[in-house]
Design a protein. Sequence first.
Length: 155
Amino acid sequence: MKKLVILAVALLIVPASAMAGMTAFMNMDELSSKEMATVTGQTGITIDMNTAITSGIINWVDADGAATGLYSTQGALVIELGSITTGIASLTVDAGTGPGGSALVITTTSPVLNADITAIRCATAADLTLVGPSLGEIKITSLVAGSTQIAIYGH
């Protein structure tokens, strides 16, 4: 008998709790056109992005070497990366209307680039691991670009 009473109570509680969420919709009032005219809002997506490459190697093989002379055999340039980091404080995606009609508008604000190339070496094209001494290194710190806006629209 106890199980039957518990089952009956459960059957009454479950539909009642499901209906509780519906009361918010039941209490909504319609807005008139005049009331709707005063409603404003903004939609869009904001994305904060940081990307990091912590190590790697870029190889560039020159297919014909220097065209003539002592260095005319195929060679390669080996660039050893210490790290490259980029950051965009905010990438905003909106929809708007302008001179081109309706458009998807993507705006970036002040992207920052940091790069540390630890070595630049020459190598043989046949074996990129046979590299010579480093020709130097490149460091880029806090390179900031201005704000950019891209509008994408059909035509």
